[in-house]
Design a protein around this ligand. Structure first.
Ligand code: CA2
Length: 145
């Protein structure tokens, strides 16, 4: 059975509690439950991790090697700053789909830069919580399972 890791970065544990006009009313727990049940319906195992710490996200990417077939990564604000996450993705050679709830290209200019995009298979942004489901479908299509 294929296995996908859903990896969420800083402040995404606050989803559904603040700034619903930007990030929606869905909680991270709702999103994770939806990802697991979408995976079950497709016969794929889905695991979820969230951390507010850059090093813990690097560790999770390293640990995914040999455990998962691909990673759906919402790196939050680290998207725009983290060479460490970019290097971690390059080092594990696992397919990564970059995911954002909001359309980062329609927001402040500092959100237009992504250190994840050059090492990702592709990017999904602007579709809110639905994006996670789209990313699982895209990952399964990408890995051919
Ligand atoms: O749109 C996305 O998914 C982002 O990755 C979210 C990040 C932001 O820094 C990126 O530019 C785009 C911020 C996540 C903060 O999440 C919150 C959720 C609820 C309340 C406050 C923050």
């Amino acid at each position: 059975m294929s296995s996908i890791l859903i990896l969420n970065g800083p402040n995404l544990n606050l989803l559904g509690t603040r700034q619903p006009e930007v990030y929606g009313k869905t909680t991270l727990q709702d999103i994770e439950n939806m990802c697991v049940s979408h995976g079950e319906s497709l016969g794929v195992s889905v695991s979820c991790i969230q951390s507010n710490h850059e090093g813990a996200l690097v560790d999770a990417i390293h640990a995914a090697k040999g455990q998962h077939d691909g990673i759906v990564l919402n790196a939050g604000a680290y998207t725009h700053t983290s060479i460490a996450l970019m290097d971690a993705i390059s080092s594990v050679a696992l397919p990564v789909i970059e995911l954002h709830l909001s359309n980062i290209h329609a927001r402040e200019s500092f959100r237009h830069k992504s250190f994840i995009a050059p090492v990702a298979v592709g990017q999904i942004c602007g579709f809110g919580a639905l994006g996670y489901r789209l990313a699982i479908d895209a990952m399964l299509n990408h890995i051919g399972k």
